[in-house]
Design a protein around this ligand. Structure first.
Ligand SMILES: [Zn+2]
Length: 437
């Protein structure tokens, strides 16, 4: 299996630290608002990564955090005259609802940053003791000059970054690239520390949670491509300082989602919240849309494209249902898979080539329909379709085919054969009502 590694800019054979065990971490949201469909792309994609690795026999532990301390949360709390905890509780629970409604399984571990403050203080203290951090005017900064390969992930040279950095006149830092590990603050929630009252910086949160949960370099670290710099670059710099690792063997980044070929923008009204989208479309249609572009490429959302995938999903789920009911009625219990399963694996093994998988799904459905017409056994193709759709988390509804349903189904067929259209219509309506056809 090959996966593109953002750290080396190469498609590489997927290698783990411990055989079939995979430790995976994906940066989660700062919970100060609802999530939009751009945030949903990694939520859907990394859910599929876990599903597929599990399908391949890996035992995946998936962690994704909640950032519950940040200026944005503090500002929203002030605006709404609420406590920060009220804001966090509201939007974290909405986030988990949205993820579930997108068809994504909840990660195995969902750490909240503020549950790790003690470990963060210890971690920063250690960086300070070893010369990788320095204290100035209440804040603690990371010393970038100590990291030789800074810029490795985002392919930027340290000198160029320094030359291009904005220098604040009031800046007390040794280098404009140095980032805040501990922030002295007057507003919002704060904790006691060796450097006075304050709170940790965002880049430190993820590193400390990863270390605390997994205890070693992890196998996969993921996130949106907008997190590459500075967030992930700074995570790597800290791991380099504290553990002499790049934090993860494999770095994966999901491309951005645009609306009408433009960047999503709240001020210009170009934001679609997940909760609103899912009022108009089934989650499976949105997942098909996400899968229609390779995960590293940007993806463009328009109502027209979304409607197209809605129709596509309708086609897939109807074909699936028809095949399922017909096999259930015939009492066909064959569990074999068809040859297409190898094709599915070859696409997924090639850095998650999901656009090709969507074409394969169309081909399988065509094949099933041909076989239905020629009265051939299509159970193996159906089983393969079932495995693929489940692995993509795009799961069709299976109607309940009980004895009563079978009886009506047989009567319906009989009436059709006898050209008793009135009776056929009556039975057909019952079957439609029961969701069987
Ligand atoms: Zn992070």
């Amino acid at each position: 299996m090959k996966i593109y590694n953002s750290l080396t800019d190469k498609k590489e054979d997927f290698k783990t630290n411990n055989g079939k065990k995979v430790n995976m971490y994906v940066c989660g949201p700062t919970v100060y608002n609802y999530i939009h469909i751009g945030n949903a792309r990694p939520v859907v994609f990394f859910d599929i990564v876990k599903r597929y690795l599990t399908y391949k026999g890996y035992e995946v532990t998936y962690a994704s955090n909640i950032t519950d301390v940040d200026d944005k949360i503090i500002n929203r709390a002030i605006e709404e005259n609420k406590t920060e905890k009220e804001i966090v509780d509201k939007f974290a629970s909405q986030y988990f609802n949205d993820c579930a409604n997108l068809g994504s399984n909840k990660p195995d571990i969902t750490p909240y940053a503020t549950d790790y403050i003690e470990q963060m203080i210890k971690y920063i203290k250690n960086l300070e003791d070893t010369g990788y951090a320095y204290f100035k005017d209440g804040n603690v900064y990371f010393r970038i000059s100590k990291i030789g390969d800074y810029g490795i992930l985002s392919n930027q040279r340290k000198e160029d970054l320094i030359a291009g950095a904005r220098i604040d006149v009031a800046d007390q830092k040794e280098s404009p690239l140095d980032f805040t590990l501990w922030k002295n603050t007057d507003v919002g929630i704060k904790w006691d520390s060796p450097w006075g009252k304050g709170r940790p910086g965002w880049h430190t949160e993820c590193v400390v949670m990863i270390n605390d949960i997994f205890k070693e370099e992890i196998d996969i670290h993921g996130g949106g491509t907008d997190l590459k710099f500075p967030h992930h670059e700074n995570e790597i710099a800290q791991a380099n300082a504290s553990d002499k690792t790049h934090l993860a063997k494999q770095w994966m980044h999901v491309g951005r989602l645009q609306i009408d070929n433009q960047k999503m923008s709240k001020s210009e009204g170009r934001t679609i919240w997940v909760k609103d989208l899912l009022e108009n479309y089934p989650y499976q249609a949105f997942r098909l849309f996400i899968l229609s572009s390779h995960y590293r490429q940007p993806i463009n959302y328009t109502d027209e494209i979304m409607n197209q995938y809605n129709k596509e999903w309708d086609k897939i789920s109807k074909a699936y249902k028809q095949a399922y009911v017909s096999l259930a009625m015939a009492g066909n219990t064959n569990k074999e898979l068809s040859e297409e399963i190898k094709e599915f694996e070859s696409y997924m093994d090639d850095d998650f080539n999901t656009p090709n998988v969507l074409m394969l799904i169309s081909n399988i459905i065509k094949k099933i329909n041909t076989k239905i017409r020629s009265k051939e056994d299509f159970s193996a193709e159906f089983n393969t379709l079932d495995v693929i759709l489940n692995t993509l988390g795009t799961i069709p509804v299976k109607p309940v085919v009980d004895a009563e349903a079978k009886d009506i189904y047989n009567k319906w067929n009989e009436a059709r054969v006898n050209k008793d259209f009135e009776a056929a219509d009556k039975y057909r309506n019952i079957l439609v009502e029961k969701g069987i056809i």
